[in-house]
Design a protein around this ligand. Structure first.
Ligand code: IVH
Length: 680
């Protein structure tokens, strides 16, 4: 038989069995038989790729090639739902709407699935493409990812054009399992479902156990005079329609008809609706996926047309939402923040709203992927929440803005230095080390309470000193003459004295704090503490290890992985960083853990006070000489005084040598020092 025909046969057969297994949950063949057929198809398609159709069952596996999600226009109206939060309000809407229809209308009550909205477009019996809701007019083409969802029919027995709306969702249990296996946790099943639809690689999307329920069909063949018939037709075509359905009508004949189409549903008079809603709300936890409400819809299409729509919602449907959002407000603008390591964070600027005891005006938006996932644009009405004490987050778009239909896009360039932003993983980065914003943020971080805790140098003061050009780098904090602040607004003498004292006091912050305050990527407090606890209790030891490129020594520590270990090597062998460390050390910051100290070798220098000055061939950085003295019980002082016993002098010793000579303190050269160390 020719390959083309065999491929088509296998494809048709496999699609049928996928439907039986994934939609009907009633397989007719064994898994082994299915796998054999699937393998046969894959082999043939590999040999004859020209015959592998866009809707071959092999698309379920997805591809490793990067997806693109071009915008495409919806050809059916993609409206959202008006909503109420009280069962009484819904009952009133129902009675009003039923009365307008002369009392004879029927209503379905469906679950409002808390997932990601999708529109599937079919023509000539094939899935053509699948679009996200987007702004209602344009959506993103996420076809490749949608094709991996085995419950989505790729071919249907309907040749005229058909659009189907549905919701992609994930079971709570699957969500927990998936989330426990990934580093970047998703906040809820909805975010995982929406995020998976935008997975760059469809082979990865294929690994997320996504489900679909469809709830509206737009037929062009005249099929379906009412919603129940449409749902029935969708079922026949192989779509997954949610069987949890309620039907309400004053007309008993219609109720019986509904029961005949969907046996097992509850079909009641209108008076039963409120109780039904309350019961369903109370038992929502019993279903294994999240629903955020119920949707009540007019069944008769004629009547739907008569009622019409507003710009946003049909007048023939209403959502009954279970929980009123913690806060609802409007996205006024997006502020682009650039952190000290260059990471770009979009921050939502919100119309002020009261939320658990405070007024919220800002919320994090994480990154572009998160904005895309929410399909969020400026002007949209959003729901926000605060979990625990964390910064508020934007959870969901409640209503797209009428004015600005777009979805917000981060700028191409850093707003502070105009360098092009680079996307790495989910985040955008400014890669310019000289970016003024990054430098300012670095200073801010260094002085912050959690790091060096220089109380007087808060965000505002740092911004002022930075803008003036007075403090541009960390050493500047210690070198700047704060006396120059006299006369500047807000800097009275008392404040200047306080700043000086706070800066001075920060010199005694422990090594762990200093290490973290440097702000090297991946070296925050926990890693700094781990280093010290594992014997890397001085910067020399860390530098020595980094210089040997011995990342494995770092990686052996509990809590430090290969990525961090390699970063440590990079940071502590970078000439720029080593220079910074040397400067700060000269200034008097702690680069050695207190208490631990270097291991004691002997007492040959006991009771001696040394001062070390200049540069050395064998002790670079100079602190290596300091360590040798301390290992032998000696002390090392910063400056030469009458209490100094020896000056260890290298080349370019500077003023310390002159002072030592003046005080007649013995000068020890590097060569002599080496002999002393050797015990000669
Ligand atoms: S009907 C015009 N039915 O809720 C019809 N929507 O704003 C509008 N949703 O974007 C939608 N379950 O993603 C409908 N059974 C259901 C639904 C449902 C979930 C979502 C849908 C829509 C949003 C309402």
């Amino acid at each position: 038989m020719d390959a083309k025909k065999r491929i088509e046969e296998l494809a048709a057969e496999l699609l049928k069995h996928q439907y039986l297994y994934y939609v009907r949950a009633r397989p007719e063949i064994s898994d082994e038989e299915y796998d054999r057929m699937f393998d046969a198809l894959l082999r043939l398609e590999k040999r004859f790729p020209q015959y592998a159709g866009a809707n071959s069952p092999s698309r379920r596996i997805g591809s490793d090639l990067d997806n693109a999600f071009p915008e495409k226009a919806h050809t059916v109206p993609v409206l959202s739902l008006d909503k109420v939060y009280q069962a009484e309000e819904l009952e009133q809407w129902l009675l009003k709407t039923a009365a307008a229809a002369g009392g004879g209308a029927g209503f379905t009550v469906e679950e409002k699935i808390d997932g990601a909205s999708i529109v599937l477009y079919y023509d000539r019996g094939e899935l053509q493409y699948a679009l996200t809701r987007g702004n209602g007019l344009l959506g993103n083409d996420v076809s490749a990812n949608v094709r991996t969802i085995s419950q989505v029919p790729l071919r249907i027995a309907e040749s005229s054009p058909l659009a189907v709306r549905g919701e992609i969702y994930i079971m709570r249990g699957d969500f927990e399992r998936f989330n426990s296996q990934v580093a970047e946790k998703y906040a809820n099943p909805r975010n995982l479902a929406a995020g998976s639809l935008r997975n760059l690689k469809s082979s990865l999307a294929a690994r997320v156990p996504l489900n679909i329920f469809v709830y509206e069909g737009f037929f062009q063949n005249g099929s379906g005079r009412d919603h129940l018939e449409i749902l029935q037709r969708l079922l026949e075509l192989g779509f997954r329609v949610n069987p949890h359905l309620g039907y309400f009508s004053a007309d008993e004949a219609k109720r019986l008809l509904a029961l005949r189409l969907f046996p097992g549903i509850s079909a009641e008079p209108l008076t039963g609706l409120k109780e039904y809603l309350l019961r369903r709300a109370a038992t929502r936890a019993e279903i294994p996926y999240d629903i955020d409400g119920l949707v009540i819809k007019v069944v008769e299409m004629d009547f739907r047309r008569e009622l019409g729509t507003t710009a946003h919602h049909p007048r023939w449907a209403m959502a009954y939402k279970f929980d009123s959002p913690q806060g609802r407000t409007v996205l006024l603008d997006v502020q682009v923040q650039v952190g000290r390591n260059g990471r770009v964070t979009p921050v939502a600027l919100l119309k002020p709203v009261a939320l658990s005891g405070s007024t919220v005006t800002r919320a994090t938006l994480h990154n572009q992927d998160y904005i895309d996932m929410l399909e969020l644009g400026i002007g949209d009405e959003v729901s926000i929440s605060k979990r625990g004490d964390v910064i508020p987050a934007v959870d969901e778009v409640l209503e797209k803005s009428e004015q600005a239909p777009g979805i917000y896009k981060l700028p191409d360039r850093c707003p502070f230095c105009q360098m092009p932003l680079v996307k790495e993983g989910a985040h955008h980065f400014c890669k310019n080390d000289a970016c003024p914003e990054r430098r300012r943020r670095m200073l801010e971080y260094f002085c912050a309470k959690e790091q060096m805790d220089i109380e007087t140098l808060g965000e505002k003061t740092i911004a002022f000193l930075f803008a003036k050009g007075w403090v541009q780098s960390i050493p500047d904090i210690y070198r700047f003459d704060y006396g120059l602040l006299a006369g500047e607004e807000g800097f009275k003498e008392k404040k200047i004295t306080r700043i000086r004292a706070a800066v001075e006091a920060s010199k005694s912050r422990p090594f762990a704090k200093v290490l973290a305050a440097l702000g090297f990527e991946g070296v925050a407090s926990a890693v700094a503490t781990a280093l010290i606890a594992n014997g890397f209790d001085s910067v020399e030891k860390i530098v020595a290890c980094a210089k040997k490129n011995d990342w494995e020594a770092f990686a052996r520590m509990e809590g430090i992985g290969e990525v961090t270990a390699r970063l440590l090597v990079e940071h502590f062998s970078s000439p720029v960083n080593l220079k910074l460390i040397a400067r700060l050390r000269e200034i008097g910051l702690q680069f050695q853990a207190a208490g631990g100290g270097p291991e004691r070798m002997d007492d040959s220098f006991a009771g001696q006070v040394w001062v070390v000055s200049g540069t050395f061939a064998n002790f670079s950085p100079r602190s290596l000489a300091v360590t040798e003295i301390e290992k032998r019980g000696g002390k090392v002082a910063e400056s030469v005084s009458s209490r100094t016993n020896f000056l260890l002098s290298g080349s370019h010793p500077g003023s310390k040598l002159a002072r030592a000579e003046k005080l007649r303190i013995p000068i020890v050269t590097e060569g002599e020092f080496l002999k002393l160390l050797a015990g000669k």
